[in-house]
Design a protein around this ligand. Structure first.
Ligand SMILES: Cc1ncc(COP(=O)(O)O)c(C=O)c1O
Length: 445
């Protein structure tokens, strides 16, 4: 891939303080100075000094329209007044009682009101832990150990939840099958050896960069029940983004267990597992003779997160933030697709609800609308060979005041306005042009 070294030089020159901190970070953080795989970039993502609404500013005063939004947690944008007030008030009252408190009950009540079937609620510091508990409860309930999951679906990074392809992952009990293949799913489930089947809401990676067919998902509850496997729908991303009742309420399914995270904490770290009461019985002392599941966790439902979570859930319950964010995402997809066409670049923006995914590469057909990607083989949507191109695009977007996730994912909040979208589209247009000029992106033949 050819690149324009002058551009790289300007990127660095305009971010000297980020450069200095990156150098320092490289000495302590092995992942090229980053603390999350999605924050790794050559030469470096900017070091952020403060954020507000949909904007964030780096140490050198550069401004960015934010489409990372705390890895999707900030559907209400940065520093929503209600959340800030709730947190400020709570800080002064105590952040970690290590005791029962009323906020955790209020927060759980709100979750119950929002998510159908959330008859029991259990809080965690993150979505990963909610999924770990789902595995534990499913194993106790079914007496089985094996886990069935779909290719590329992300459920966290801990053992058995991480992709079996990762080094050091214990995947003795994990079987991965393609999504959208009911025959294969039934074949596996019919072995009657799986405790649990995981599915990411919307499809693989952040709500469906590789979308899952809702008709396929609608077959899962009956199949899983028939073969004694518990079905966990991982709505850590889609939980409150797709709708107040989650993606399950959009497509009309009822999982045995649902994991939640991100938006549920209003920007503070949180997760929850919700579902049918009998599945949580092993947590009740003496609830099921011979069974006992321990639930520890210093930060579970801590008052500070609960206060932020209550403030956020009160707003998310109305469905208005979700609608605003979804409308803005749809505009980016629609107008972004026009730019791709005008520039003669093969690819498409696609997605549902409040996230827009960008695919670059040959298209197989023209989809009827921007909710579906234009390729038959969905594996191409996450082709690792394209990541260097997306990294380059990200660098060009950053230089033009737009920060997204890994170059290809734009996550929206309720606060993205027309002017933000216009600036983003301009930045995208100019980035494509610059990339064609430097030879890092080809126009379609
Ligand atoms: C679908 C899904 N499940 C689980 C997780 C893990 O959540 P957390 O990062 O809060 O542990 C994530 C994180 O991005 C996710 O996208």
């Amino acid at each position: 891939m050819r690149v324009n070294n002058k551009f790289d030089q300007i990127y660095r020159e305009e971010r000297p303080q980020s450069a200095a901190w990156h150098k320092r970070a490289q000495k302590v953080f092995a992942s090229n100075g980053a603390t999350h795989f999605a924050r790794i970039l050559d030469p470096y993502r900017p070091y952020i000094a403060h954020a507000d609404g949909v904007k964030k500013w780096d140490l050198d005063g550069n401004e960015y329209i934010d489409y990372v939004l705390g890895h999707g947690a900030l559907l209400l944008g940065h520093n929503h007044r209600d959340v800030v007030e709730a947190v400020q008030e709570q800080v002064a009252k105590g952040v970690l009682y290590g005791e029962n408190h009323t906020l955790e009950v209020e927060w759980a009540d709100l979750v119950q009101e929002m998510v159908p079937g959330a008859e029991r609620v259990l809080f965690f510091p993150c979505g990963n832990e909610a999924n770990m508990m789902a595995v534990r409860l499913a194993r106790v309930f079914t007496g089985r150990t094996k886990i069935l999951r779909f290719e590329k679906h992300y459920h966290g990074w801990s053992d058995e939840l991480a992709s079996p392809a990762e080094s050091g992952v214990n995947h003795d009990h994990v079987v991965v099958i393609p999504q959208n293949d009911p025959k294969r799913l039934e074949e596996e489930l019919a072995k009657e050896e799986y405790a649990v089947l995981f599915t990411e809401g919307g499809g693989a990676f952040l709500g469906g960069r590789t979308p899952i067919d809702p008709d396929f998902v609608r077959q899962i509850p009956d199949l899983a029940r028939k073969h004694g496997t518990l079905w966990v729908l991982d709505e850590v991303v889609t939980g409150f983004r797709a709708a107040p009742g989650g993606w399950q309420s959009v497509i009309g399914v009822k999982p045995d267990l649902t994991s939640l995270g991100k938006c549920i904490g209003g920007g503070l770290s949180a997760g929850a597992l919700v579902g049918r009461p009998e599945l949580f019985e092993p947590l009740r002392p003496g609830g099921v003779p011979g069974w006992q599941v321990m639930h520890g966790g210093t930060w579970n439902a801590n008052p500070l997160t609960a206060a932020a979570g209550i403030a956020a859930c009160r707003l998310l319950k109305t469905g208005e933030p979700q609608q605003k964010a979804a409308d803005a995402a749809a505009t980016l997809r629609r107008e972004g697709n026009k730019i791709l066409k005008d520039q003669g670049v093969s690819g498409a923006f696609y997605g549902k609800s409040s996230i827009a995914y960008l695919y670059l590469g040959p298209v197989d057909f023209e989809p009827a609308d921007d909710t579906m990607p234009p390729v038959k083989d969905l594996a191409r949507l996450t082709d690792p060979n394209m990541q260097p191109v997306f990294n380059r695009l990200l660098l060009h977007l950053l230089q033009r005041g737009v920060a997204n996730l890994i170059g290809s994912v734009f996550i929206f909040s309720a606060l993205h306005k027309e002017e933000d979208l216009n600036k983003t589209l301009r930045a995208f247009n100019e980035s494509l042009r610059a990339m064609k000029e430097e030879g890092s992106l080809k126009a379609a033949d």
